[in-house]
Write a protein that binds this ligand. Structure first.
Ligand code: ATP
Ligand code: MG
Length: 341
């Protein structure tokens, strides 16, 4: 019996942050551990999505490889038999299917995508690449018949668009695509219903983000322990002078407690046993700085052991296999629309 496919990816548009690590890298490592025996796992870097917003093109290639090195350093097994790792742009079928699907997506539905609307408002000019990227994302998913697509909640609409496009195409041309499961099932499947959201240290009502220019609020995985310590010690807190976990009233302190709990493998309640009602924010910051510094030290050591060549060899192997495999689904879609006989 063929196994169901789990597919997930992360853009390589900027350096990864501690938020990405705790909210995406670690859950992905966990997902592989948990599911690799019963599912096929597709883990890819959507590198063509990387410059829907401006990037430094001179570092893009290296960044893609480095993202995969980060996953390996975090415990992701690159050589696991059920796992394929690949770069979107190395499998041209993504772009071919995207071109086909673009003709079945409506301007109206793409204009309603909140990510597009948000970024459109923030920037002076917006590329058509940003406008149509949800369709490329649909192609990424449908090309592999993925049923399960673990995603952050900012991607909910894009998953729904993927389902709509698959159903629209199947209704018109007969069963061609596997329709991925709906949002709530996805959350349950990947345990994201209680998802992690690390906040900016300088502005804790906002999330820590790899593409937002917020150097004081963002811990990069490439930061030295000293740099990270400086940022934590100057993190924005509140004037309530009492430690408790409450993102509404105490977002800064809650963010620090959350980071500490995740890095030390404790629940928030366990962390609070020691810290609840204490008044010294400085002491808490010192302890959190230590857990972040310890983490970064270990992470940097592990990362140094994973060469770009190890990653590139595995990528080349998997990309060759997938280039063959995707040809048949692409052919079906081409046939449906009358491009092949
Ligand atoms: P961008 O600004 O480029 O969108 P990002 O930091 O939001 O950068 P994404 O590429 O959108 O990163 O997301 C990659 C993964 O990291 C997603 O699974 C997302 O849910 C997760 N992630 C991003 N930021 C955080 C955060 N602050 N806390 C927890 N998880 C996060
Ligand atoms: Mg994002």
């Amino acid at each position: 019996m063929t196994k169901e496919v789990i597919l997930t990816g992360i853009r390589s548009n900027a350096e990864l942050t501690l938020g990405n690590y705790l909210g995406a890298v670690l859950p992905m490592v966990q997902l592989q551990k948990e599911k690799h025996e019963s599912y096929d796992l597709h883990f890819f870097i959507p590198d063509l999505h990387s410059f829907t917003t401006p990037v430094d093109h001179s570092t893009l290639y290296k960044q893609t490889i480095d993202h995969l090195r980060t996953f390996a350093a975090a415990g992701f097994d690159l050589n696991n038999k059920s796992t394929k790792i690949y770069r979107q742009s190395f499998i041209p079928a993504h772009s071919e299917l995207f071109t086909i699907l673009n003709n079945f997506a409506y301007m109206g539905e793409l204009s309603r995508m909140t990510q597009f609307k948000d970024k459109n408002e923030q920037a002076d000019t917006v590329s058509s690449g940003l406008f149509t990227y949800p369709v490329l994302m649909a192609a990424d998913i449908l090309l592999y018949g993925a049923s399960w697509v673990p995603l952050g909640d900012d991607q909910k609409q894009h998953l729904e668009l993927t389902r709509d496009l698959a159903l629209r195409f199947n209704n018109k041309f007969g069963e061609t695509f596997v329709v991925p499961h709906e949002w709530n099932k996805q959350l349950e499947f990947s345990h994201r219903d209680n998802g992690v959201r690390i906040r900016s240290l300088s502005n804790p009502t906002k999330k820590m983000s790899k593409s937002v220019d917020d150097p004081r609020g963002t811990i990069l995985l490439s930061d030295t322990p000293e740099e990270a310590t400086k940022k934590i010690m100057s993190a924005t807190t509140d004037d309530l002078s009492e430690i408790d976990f409450d993102f509404e009233k105490r977002p800064g302190i809650s963010n620090l407690l959350q980071i500490h709990s995740l890095l030390t493998n404790q629940t928030i309640d366990q962390v609070l046993e020691l810290w609840r009602s204490k008044t010294s924010y400085g002491d808490l910051k010192t302890v959190v700085s230590k857990s972040v510094s310890d983490f970064l030290g270990t992470y940097h050591e592990k990362l140094a052991q994973i060469s770009p060549e190890i990653v590139e060899t595995k990528l080349a192997e998997d990309e060759a296999i997938l280039n063959e495999r995707t040809a048949s689904l692409l052919f079906q879609a081409q046939k449906s629309v009358g491009l092949r006989k």
